[in-house]
Design a protein around this ligand. Structure first.
Ligand code: UD1
Ligand code: M6R
Length: 370
C-alpha cells in the first residue's frame, strides 16, 4: 500500500525517520554502573568474543548493500581495531579468494536471497569462517544459513531501488561496531557521541527530507543531461557510489561515484563547463581536502553542485555553484543524512524523465541468479 505516495520508492524514502527508529528499537539500552546508554544486539551477544578474536573482518555484499558496508567500514575499523576488508560477492567467488577460520565474514543483504552473496556464504562456511548476516528478511536464506546476525527491521522494501534498507544497514553496522568495540575510559566520549547521534538521527533525516522540493528543482535542471559525476571521500565515498547507483538504476542516466582522492589520476580530464558534478563536502576530517578539490574543479570551470553542512554554503563555494545544505551529525553517521537528498534527486529525475520508478527496466528486486 503506497498510501499518499505515488511510488513505493517515494514512500520508502519518506519513511526513513520511522524505519530508522524501528531499526534501533530495543537495541540502545541503559545499563552498567554509569546507567549510560549502550548497544545490545541480541543476535550477536553470544558471538562477540569470537568476533573480537578474529584476525580480520570481511564485508561481503552486492550493489547498495556493498555500499552500505563501505560506509560503515571506517567506524568498524576504528572501534574494533581489527582490519576490515571489502568484497563484492561475485568477485570473491571469481577469485576464489582466501578465507580463513579466524576470519569473521559479514554478509550484508536486504533480501537475504541474493545468489552471489549466498554463494559467497556457502564458500566461506566451507572454509570455516564465522559467518554473520545483516539482512532485512527474517527467515531468508542468508538469515538461516549464517551462524548469527542482526535483522535490520526496516520493514518490507518494495521499490527495486534500495533506499530505506541502505540507511538502516548503515545504522545496524554502526551498532555492530559499538558492540564489538571495547567500552573503556578512553573510548567512552567517542562512543557516547555516536550513541547520542544515533538517537537524534531520525529527527535529522526528517529535517533533510524537507529538501524534497529543492531536489525536484535540481532534477529539473539536470533532466536532459547525459551524465552526472559524484565526488566523495572518507565516510562519504560510499555516498558518492550509492548516489550514482540510484541515478543510473532508476533515472537511467549515466552516473559515476568517484573517490575524490583519485581525481587527479584520471577523472579531472572529464571536467568542463557542461558536465554536472556533485561534490560531497560536509564537515569531517576530510573537509579541508574537499575544499581544495572544489577549488580545483572551479579553476577548470566545473559545473558544481556542492553538498555541505548547514551554514557552510557561501564559505564552501561562494556564489558560483549550486548548494545542498544538510544538517550535521557525528562523522560516521553523516552518510545516513547525506544519501537522502541524492535519493530524492534520483527519484525526481526518474519521474521527470518519464521512466518506471519502482520497476526499472532490466532489473529485479531480488537477484537470485548468478
Ligand atoms: C529478537 C526477535 C525480536 C524480539 C527480540 C526481543 C526474531 C527474528 N527477532 O530480536 O522479534 O523482539 O528478540 O528480544 O525473532 N540471525 C542470523 N543471521 C542473520 C540475522 C539474524 O543468524 O542474518 C539470528 C540472530 O543471531 C538471532 C536471530 O537470528 O539469533 C534473531 O536476530 P534479530 O532479530 O536481529 O535479534 P533480536 O534483535 O534480538
Ligand atoms: O537484497 P540485496 O541487498 O542482497 O541486493 C543487492 C543488490 O542487488 C541491490 O542492492 C541492488 O543493487 C539494488 N537494486 C540497488 O538499489
Amino acid at each position: 500500500n503506497k498510501g499518499k505516495y505515488e511510488h513505493y520508492m517515494q514512500k520508502e524514502i519518506h519513511e526513513q525517520p520511522e524505519s530508522l527508529t524501528t531499526t534501533m528499537r530495543g537495541r540502545l539500552i541503559r545499563g552498567g554502573s554509569s546507567n549510560r546508554k549502550s548497544v545490545l544486539l541480541g543476535g550477536l551477544k553470544d558471538h562477540l568474543k569470537t568476533i573480537r578474536r578474529s584476525r580480520r573482518i570481511v564485508f561481503i555484499g552486492c550493489g547498495t548493500s556493498y555500499n552500505a558496508a563501505l560506509a560503515a567500514r571506517t567506524i568498524l575499523e576504528e572501534l574494533s581495531g581489527i582490519p576490515v576488508t571489502m568484497e563484492i560477492a561475485s568477485d570473491l567467488l571469481d577469485r576464489q579468494a582466501p578465507v580463513y577460520r579466524d576470519d569473521t565474514i559479514i554478509f550484508v543483504s536486504q533480501s537475504g536471497e541474493t545468489a552471489d552473496t549466498l554463494n559467497a556464504l556457502e564458500y566461506s562456511l566451507s572454509n570455516g569462517a564465522l559467518c554473520v548476516g545483516i539482512t532485512n528478511t527474517v527467515g531468508s536464506a542468508i538469515a538461516r544459513n549464517t551462524h548469527c546476525g542482526v535483522h535490520i527491521n526496516a520493514g518490507s522494501e518494495i521499490g527495486v531501488a534500495s533506499t530505506k534498507a541502505y540507511t538502516s544497514q548503515i545504522v545496524v553496522m554502526a551498532m555492530v561496531a559499538l558492540a564489538i568495540g571495547a567500552d573503556t575510559i578512553s573510548t567512552k566520549p567517542r562512543r557516547e557521541a555516536i550513541i547520542e547521534s544515533l538517537l537524534e538521527l531520525p529527527g535529522k533525516v526528517k529535517q533533510v527530507l524537507k529538501l524534497d522540493e529543492e531536489m525536484k528543482d535540481l532534477a529539473k535542471s539536470l533532466i536532459s543531461e547525459q551524465s552526472l559525476l559524484m565526488f566523495g571521500r572518507g565516510y562519504n565515498y560510499a555516498t558518492a557510489l550509492e548516489g550514482a547507483l540510484k541515478v543510473k538504476e532508476v533515472a537511467l542516466m549515466h552516473s559515476e561515484g568517484i573517490l575524490a582522492g583519485e581525481m587527479k589520476h584520471g577523472p579531472l580530464a572529464l571536467v568542463d563547463e557542461h558536465l554536472p558534478i556533485v561534490v560531497i563536502a560536509t564537515r569531517d576530517q576530510c573537509f579541508s581536502k574537499q575544499q581544495s578539490v572544489i577549488q580545483q574543479l572551479k579553476a577548470r570551470k566545473g559545473r558544481l553542485i556542492v553538498m555541505c553542512s548547514e551554514g557552510d554554503g557561501t564559505a564552501v563555494c561562494g556564489s558560483s555553484c549550486r548548494v545542498i545544505e544538510v544538517p550535521l551529525v557525528v562523522d560516521c553517521l553523516q552518510p545516513v543524512v547525506n544519501i537522502v537528498p541524492l535519493q530524492l534527486l534520483a527519484y525526481h529525475l526518474t519521474v521527470l524523465r518519464g521512466y518506471n520508478v519502482d520497476q526499472p527496466r532490466n532489473l529485479a528486486k531480488s537477484v537470485t541468479t548468478e
